[in-house]
Ligand binder design. Structure first.
Ligand SMILES: [Fe+2]
Length: 462
């Protein structure tokens, strides 16, 4: 266990990134490997063995499974084919901890990962140590001179970071099903909120570069490329994220009961599920409370709203007289601003109110909540699925999902980029998904927008 201090982040990452496209040294790769692996263990160390086994719904994986699966990834794609004499600690793990790789073989059903009381937590710990020792041996050889292996290692790092976020999303859902609302971590002190009044920031469009060429950067997922041009008409983007106060207005205005705001599929879904508020909101004695990783607490109106689906985000944007941005608009607006924000190393594990206007008038472009976009998750022009098992990483999921941008309070530091494309189905809301609205500039802003819908904080409290 560890206390409320900021988590020990992957401190070497920024140094590592500064090596740019030069070959990383063996020492740098080893340090990075240890940093990523130890951050997973830090996150899991707050949880008992019992906590780590629970699977609260099919989309959720037990913490123990996450810890073993990311280990399996290094073992399967790096150790087995490249370390002479490598002996798996248990051949059965190839089946138990394969996620979705058809080319690797059969696997435990995703919906039945919570049945794996064995191997025990101690055995998973031993598995991690076994693979870590072998990886140290592999990396210490001529590894740094093999760009193909270094690329796979980077993929392993970012894969494990994705699972660090999943671990937090999943344990939050697990704890939400316990009436005692267990606390994952006490929240650190917050800075004083300074949420700016909502305003539109116009962004000049044009023919713009979107995405990146994977070969030009130290690491990007294949779905971020190729870099290509898109025509993006000028548009306006909200200066800040949609807050709980904004969302309460939507709720109180009958947002969940007025079909005019909703996509047909969204309207069907909320009527089937009975949704009338974001996931984890609960009304007690006439007041709204919310389940968080630091307990069950009253809603803070100044916080960015979180755990809304694409359906809800889209309906809110329409109700507010705007729309969701496309992913190209988001990427153009963000540009090369630094990827700083409330990420997992802050120790909040929850979005916090804006404190500073830090990006030329924008707040919270990175961190706090992933921002839903109106863009379907599809291949960029020229995208080719890679040969082999790693080709299954992204390409086969390019249907029936929406792109989100910007990272969240559960995203590991060093993981998110301007071109990073997260993706989830339109109904999913156990991820830390939130909203920043956009609008066209070819037409005038809807009167009396935005002041009537997004009053200033002072007006809210007066
Ligand atoms: Fe995975």
């Amino acid at each position: 266990m560890f206390g409320n201090a900021r988590l020990v982040a992957v401190v070497s990452y920024y140094t590592y990134m500064n090596t740019s496209l030069t070959s990383p040294s063996t020492a740098t790769l080893l340090e990075r490997y240890r940093d990523v692996r130890s951050f997973t263990e830090q996150l899991a160390s707050r949880l008992s063995a019992e906590d780590q086994l629970v699977q609260s719904m099919p989309d959720v994986s037990p913490t123990k499974w996450h810890r073993a699966h990311v280990t399996w990834f290094f073992e399967t794609f790096l150790l087995r084919p490249n370390l002479a004499g490598y002996e798996p600690i248990d051949p059965q793990y190839e089946y138990l901890f394969n996620s979705y790789y058809e080319s690797v073989g059969d696997r435990q059903l995703r919906s039945e990962r919570g049945l794996l009381s064995r191997p025990s937590n101690d055995e998973v710990q031993a598995y991690r140590k076994h693979v870590d020792a072998a990886m140290a041996t592999l990396i210490s050889g001529d590894f740094a001179e093999r760009p193909d292996l270094v690329d796979l290692l980077h993929l392993g790092f970012h894969h494990e970071q994705q699972h660090q976020e999943l671990l937090l999303m999943d344990i939050k859902h697990v704890f939400s099903r316990n009436v005692g609302h267990p606390v994952y971590a006490a929240e650190p002190d917050r800075s004083a909120a300074n949420v700016p009044e909502f305003s539109w920031i116009e962004v000049e469009g044009g023919v713009v570069d979107i995405g990146c060429n994977v070969a030009d950067v130290e690491f990007a997922f294949d779905n971020e490329g190729p870099k290509h041009q898109q025509v993006v008409p000028s548009f306006a983007l909200g200066n800040r994220l949609v807050t709980n106060a904004d969302w309460l207005r939507f709720v109180d205005d009958g947002g969940y009961t007025d079909a005019r705001h909703w996509l047909s599929a969204g309207w069907s879904h909320i009527n089937e599920t009975g949704w009338n508020a974001p996931l984890y909101w609960e009304q007690c004695g006439g007041e709204w409370f919310v389940h968080t990783l630091h307990g069950f607490v009253p809603i803070d109106p100044a916080e960015p709203v979180v755990h809304v689906s694409y359906f809800e985000a889209d309906a809110f944007a329409r109700w507010a007289g705007g729309r969701l941005p496309t992913e190209a608009e988001w990427e153009l607006a963000v540009g090369d601003r630094p990827t700083q924000g409330n990420l997992a190393d802050s120790g909040h594990f929850h979005p916090v109110p804006a404190t500073v206007v830090d990006h030329d008038g924008f707040t919270q472009l990175y961190g706090d909540v992933w921002e839903w976009t109106s863009s379907p998750y599809t291949a960029y022009p020229g995208f080719v699925v890679a040969d082999g098992a790693v080709g299954e990483y992204n390409g086969k999921f390019m249907v029936n999902q929406q792109v989100l941008r910007g990272g969240c309070c559960a995203t590991s530091p060093g993981h998110v980029r301007p071109t990073y494309r997260n993706f989830f189905p339109a109904h999913a809301r156990w991820l830390f998904g939130g909203v920043r609205i956009a609008r066209n500039v070819a037409t005038p802003a809807p009167a009396p927008f935005p002041s009537a819908i997004f009053p200033s904080r002072d007006a809210e409290t007066s």
